[in-house]
Write a protein that binds this ligand. Structure first.
Ligand code: ADP
Ligand code: MG
Length: 855
């Protein structure tokens, strides 16, 4: 019935806009009444719907006789109220007792309830006014909005004879009538081999023809639908003898011309006097508004092309949009009702979600913007729900492991704290306390430490490692690059060796002899702390008793690599014991989001910077202003500070015209800065060369370091105050923020200079965002908006399945629901073994498999 009501509302709205002149419809409102009532009666769901139809009919039929504007306005307002009341009743009903309402005639093959078939008895209207139907009060939650969200019974196809049919859905698309080999090929190209896949080939966008307007109000350029009468149609010839069909359509407010090219037969189909619906873009011809080749149909036809929201599909060569729509229409009509719905009915009812068949149907052929929104909401919910179920499982799997309780005496720990070169920030202190509490448990810790670049995560990790080592276990710290691993090694040796701990560095470039010694030390426990790269998770590496595993810059690692490090734990009496795990990340995610996303992790946040830090001043310069950047470096270095110069690209194979770091290094050290000591580091250097360059820079033996993105993360040389990033437009926002984090790590005012020319609109947004703020959280949100979550979180690294419908940024409400529901469902049936959860179990598997494929 919603469709009929929408139609009515549009006409009433129009009439209101036009000042109640009875001109909203050609031939007057009365004419519309007959047309509307017949349709509405068919759509009516129950007695009170029929009563409403009767009421509307009365008002519309008498409308023209109503004396004056005010009476008419009142009459129309009464109808609006009745419609609203009916909607209120519907949404209440849909919770109390699900009422099935066909979303669209075309897609729901089930027959309407008995009551709806009865012809409207003439007396019902007066007997039973709709206002007497009480609105059910006992709704648990507020409706999403005034729009009724239809909730159908679970898979209630029994009545209609339509059953879920996974086998049928798995047939090739050729099983659909009208799809032959040629269309089949095209559809395959679009990724739809089976009917099921075809149903999930959703429109790219929609043309909303539901925006109906009186002709007198048409404006150039808008996409509208009008209803009117054909006054005249004729065919004329263009200068090159092409037939042009021209119709004049009038709706009582004005006339407009519609033109079709090369379709002379249209003239016969558009005779004068025919009521017509016309949809299209308003264009201008010789100073008049016209429609060129608009979609049209006779007024009473089923609104397939016009008067609705028309889907626009991705196309491939040789497949017209008309054909595509036709195939879809057939597929959706026949097969959408057969799609099994894995979501438990309880949840669907409580969350007011569309059934899956309904959502699919509405996403293809939406009845309204609202139903499209609801359809999307359902599919977004599904994704987030599956995501959360997977998280719950990971969390549980992890907690099933036994862990080891690691505790040391307070005085001893205090001794370590006292040995630090600085006082910890409040945030660092708090996080260390959180870690201590976790490590004391015999359940393995699983914690994410978030803190913006430079917030001091390393020292927190060091504290955890010391506790592990002093309580008889070992600790490992894995970093994504050799440079970073080496830096951590240097820093931590200074800190930990005086405490009597033995620290080793294990990377891909550790010599064979050295490696053998380290393997031995790790296996017999004489080395307490291992720092390294992926080399740490090689099968040959065995720990005597790994109790604490730290992963730095965790976004640089895949899920498997994280798992591999966890598995290095010992076994007690044959049973594996997992080390405590701490993963660290400088990618700040809004807290609620992080909790849902990393639902399997506990979280700590370093939300306070070490004292004395100043805002890094960021400027974006044109390439022509490069000289200014050099002068600036000159000044800073003469004051004893140091500078980084970053160049994109590294591989010679790279075709991007970026200035290779090597060439630039030569040029800079010879021509621009002959009086400065310039270092060079890039990914193609041999490991010891890299190490030397970094060491020299850290020891202030060089003033400047020319580098590629190898120094993006983690590198810590507090004396450097300038970073110049060439080709800044080639880097992502998160990456740029990371680079910038290389400076501003000490007491001196620091600067970041971005050099980029002729940037794209996207890049411009990134660079200006960076200029505007130093706040990693703000930038992360901006980044999330600019790139979308898939890219933002780095799907490969995060091991997250791809989300097609859900937006982690905008669907926070749905995300929260999905999280809550997943937790509840998981608590009741963690293995998803109940028969009613079989489909769901399968979906979770598929959804996460897709994620595993890419990582
Ligand atoms: P990130 O969180 O980016 O990994 P680091 O752990 O590398 O940050 O720390 C950044 C810099 O701040 C380092 O030079 C470190 O020694 C210093 N630092 C860390 N904590 C403090 C503190 N509480 N007071 C002063 N300096 C600190
Ligand atoms: Mg770090």
């Amino acid at each position: 019935m919603e469709q009929a009501l929408k139609r009515l509302e549009r006409v009433l709205e129009l009439e209101k806009q036009q000042g109640y002149q009875n001109k909203a419809v050609v031939g007057g409102i009365r004419q519309f009444a007959a047309f509307w009532v017949s349709q509405a009666n068919e759509e009516a769901g129950d007695e009170s719907d029929l009563a409403l139809v009767e009421q509307v009919s009365q008002v519309l039929v008498d409308y023209s006789h109503l004396p004056g504007k005010e009476a008419r306005a009142r009459a129309i307002d009464t109808l609006f109220q009745s419609i609203q009341r009916r909607r209120g009743r519907q949404s209440a009903d849909s919770v109390a007792s699900p009422v099935k309402e066909p979303p669209a005639k075309s897609a729901t093959p089930s027959s309407p309830p008995e009551s709806a078939r009865k012809p409207a008895p003439a007396h019902t209207a007066r007997q039973k006014a709709p206002r007497e139907t009480p609105v059910t009060e006992d709704i648990e939650t507020e409706p999403v909005d005034s729009e009724p969200v239809t909730v159908e019974p679970a898979i209630d196809y029994a009545q209609s004879g339509v059953k879920p049919d996974p086998q049928g859905l798995s047939q090739p698309v050729t099983a659909i009538k009208g799809v032959g080999q040629k269309i089949d090929e095209k559809l395959n190209k679009l990724g739809a081999k089976t009917i099921w896949e075809l149903l999930y080939l959703f429109p790219r966008r929609y043309d909303d023809f539901t925006l109906m307007k009186p002709i007198s109000k048409l404006q150039y350029g808008e996409q509208v639908t009008i209803i009117g009468t054909v006054w005249q149609t004729k065919v004329r010839r263009s200068r090159n003898n092409q037939p042009i069909t021209e119709s004049i359509v009038n709706d009582g407010t004005g006339s407009v011309q519609a033109t079709w090219f090369n379709q002379p037969w249209l003239a016969a189909q558009l005779p004068a006097g025919m009521p017509i619906v016309l949809s299209g873009k308003v264009e201008m011809f010789l100073g008049r508004l016209v429609f060129n080749s608009p979609e049209w149909e006779p007024l009473e036809m089923e609104p397939l092309r016009t008067r609705r929201i028309v889907p626009v599909y991705p196309l491939t060569e040789g497949l017209t949009s008309a054909k595509m729509r036709e195939v879809m229409q057939r597929a959706v009509k026949e097969w959408a009702p057969r799609v099994p719905d894995p979501l438990p009915l309880e949840i669907r009812k409580q969350r007011r979600l569309y059934s899956l068949p309904q959502a699919i149907q509405q996403l293809h052929f939406p009845d309204s913007q609202e139903s499209m929104r609801q359809a999307r909401r359902r599919l977004a919910y599904d994704e987030l729900f599956l995501l959360q179920l997977g998280m719950q499982r990971q969390r549980r799997d992890w907690q099933d492991h036994s862990g080891m309780s690691l505790v040391i005496e307070d005085e001893r720990f205090q001794a370590f704290m006292d040995s630090l070169p600085f006082q910890l920030t409040g945030a660092q202190q708090r996080v260390i306390d959180e870690l201590c509490a976790d490590m004391a448990q015999d359940r393995p810790m699983n914690r994410l430490l978030q803190g913006d670049v430079g917030s001091g995560k390393t020292i927190v990790a060091a504290a955890a490692m010391v506790i592990a080592a002093w309580s008889g276990a070992q600790a490992a710290l894995m970093a994504p690059t050799e440079i970073l691993a080496e830096q951590h090694y240097r820093g931590l040796c200074k800190l930990l060796e005086p405490l009597g701990l033995r620290v080793a560095l294990l990377t891909g470039s550790t010599s064979a002899a050295e490696r053998a010694t380290i393997y031995e030390g790790l296996a017999d426990g004489t080395i307490q702390i291992a720092i390294g790269t992926h080399a740490l998770i090689q099968p040959a590496v065995r720990f005597h008793r790994l109790g604490m595993a730290v992963i730095d810059e965790q976004h640089r690692f895949g899920v498997d690599q994280r798992a591999a490090l966890r598995e290095k734990g010992p076994s007690d009496d044959g049973e594996p014991v997992s080390p405590h795990l701490l993963v660290m990340s400088a990618t700040p995610i809004p807290r609620t989001l992080a909790l849902s996303l990393y639902g399997d992790l506990d979280m700590s946040v370093l939300d306070e910077m070490p004292p004395g830090r100043q805002e890094i001043k960021t400027r974006w310069l044109r390439a022509s202003e490069r000289e200014r950047a050099y002068n600036f470096i000159r000044r800073q270095t003469s004051e004893g500070r140091q500078a980084y110069l970053i160049y994109p690209l590294v591989e010679e194979s790279d075709t991007i015209d970026a200035r290779a770091a090597v060439e630039e290094y030569e040029r800079l050290s010879r021509e621009v800065f002959p009086d400065r000591r310039v270092g060079l580091v890039h990914g193609r250097l041999r490991p010891n060369e890299k190490d030397d360059a970094m060491r020299a820079f850290a020891a202030q033996e060089t003033d400047m370091l020319v580098a590629t993105s190898v120094i993006e993360v983690g590198v810590d040389v507090p004396n450097s105050t300038v970073i110049v990033i060439e080709g800044a437009d080639r880097f992502g926002l998160a990456q740029l923020h990371q680079f910038r984090g290389r400076v501003g790590r000490g007491e001196h005012q620091s600067y970041c200079i971005l050099i980029a020319e002729d940037v794209s609109a996207d890049a411009e947004q990134r660079l200006t965002a960076l200029e505007a703020t130093n706040d990693g959280f703000v930038l992360a949100e901006r980044d999330l908006e600019l790139r979308g979550p898939g890219e933002f979180f780095g799907r490969r690294q995060s091991g997250l399945p791809e989300l097609r419908f859900a937006s982690l940024l905008h669907d926070t409400e749905v995300l929260a629901m999905a999280q809550e529901d997943a937790a509840a469902l998981f608590a009741a049936d963690p293995e998803l073994v109940l028969p009613e959860h079989q489909l769901l179990a399968e979906q979770v598997r598929q959804f996460w498999e897709q994620a595993a494929d890419v990582s």
